[in-house]
Design a protein around this ligand. Structure first.
Ligand code: SAM
Length: 283
């Protein structure tokens, strides 16, 4: 079965009466090179792979051919019969038909991958929940080594930007805290069926065993980071006092103690400077 062939996949889906749901981000890959390259980047024969959103199984079969075990979580129950057909012949694949945001992933990993040397995540993510999924995977400190995902190109650029650069956002800081990011390759919109309005890219996040900076209180650190990026053209002093509610006097004193000017904008700070600012404010 040639799953990355547009005619073939249309035929398989049509024979099950399947119609695409835009609201679930259902744009399926129909390029023969993308999934093998993603699977190579995500796993080897000792890896247990958690796949999110298998769709018709085009990436699933490439993962199954290389990994020790694959567990794919799909929200759309209508794809059950399609996936049973497309992954027939692989005895190392199982499915969970649930919303990935509601699954106890730590328990699922314990249950399915006990005999695997490492666990990774691979996905062509549904675009409507890209950042929430990535942040949930990182913040919950799951025992996963890496996360290889296809996301919209603009999101990929933001996720992988250096902290302190123009392209960075609060999510960039959070990702840099938990993982090392790499942009692997771009995927033009015509590699999908139906074709979306934007191009995509595959990134890999290699999860760090310890964050590169030490912060007093992670929750408050990330709230400060969000505040720093909330009103981009304003000074850190104004945006953080407006959005996080830290008094200007405290912020002035902390900036002065770190040798930073009162006019500095939050998005220009490095991860180390953001951590130092948070630690200074919590003293
Ligand atoms: N992996 C397939 C491919 O590359 O062709 C499909 C990728 S498609 C962009 C995203 C998939 O995620 C769809 O199959 C969709 O039904 C599924 N999905 C959407 N929201 C989900 C959720 N909350 N939990 C699990 N799967 C979800």
């Amino acid at each position: 079965m040639e799953l990355s062939n547009r005619q073939e996949i249309s035929r398989i889906l049509a024979s099950d009466g399947f119609t695409f749901k835009k609201s679930l981000g259902q744009n399926f890959l129909v390029d023969p090179t993308v999934c093998p390259a993603m699977a190579e980047a995500a796993c080897d024969g000792e890896t247990g792979v958690l796949e999110i959103g298998p769709g018709a199984g085009v990436l699933t079969v490439e993962l199954a051919a290389r990994a020790k075990r694959v567990l794919a979580i799909e929200l759309d129950e209508r794809l059950r019969s399609v996936l049973e057909k497309t992954t027939r012949g692989f005895d190392n694949v199982s499915f969970l038909f649930q919303d990935v945001m509601k699954v106890d992933l730590a328990a699922v990993i314990r249950e399915h991958f006990a005999d695997c040397k490492r666990v990774t995540v691979a996905a062509n993510l549904p675009y409507y929940i890209t950042s929430p999924i990535v942040m949930q995977l990182l913040e919950s400190r799951l025992p996963v080594d890496s996360i290889t995902v296809m996301v919209q190109k603009e999101a990929a650029e933001r996720f992988c930007a250096p902290v302190g650069s123009r392209a960075a956002g609060a999510v960039t800081v959070a990702i840099a805290y938990f993982a090392e990011s790499e942009m692997l390759f771009s995927v033009p919109r015509d590699c999908f069926y139906p074709a979306p309005k934007v191009d995509s890219a595959v990134i890999r996040l290699t999860v760090r065993s310890t964050p590169p900076v030490t912060v007093h209180d992670e929750k408050k650190f990330f709230s400060l980071v969000k505040g720093c990026f909330a009103q981009r053209r304003k000074t850190l002093l104004n945006t953080v006092s407006n959005t996080v509610g830290i008094p200007k006097e405290e912020l002035r004193a902390a900036l002065a103690a770190l040798g930073l000017p009162e006019t500095v904008r939050g998005e220009t700070l490095t991860l180390e400077q953001l951590a130092a600012l948070h630690n200074q404010l919590s003293e």
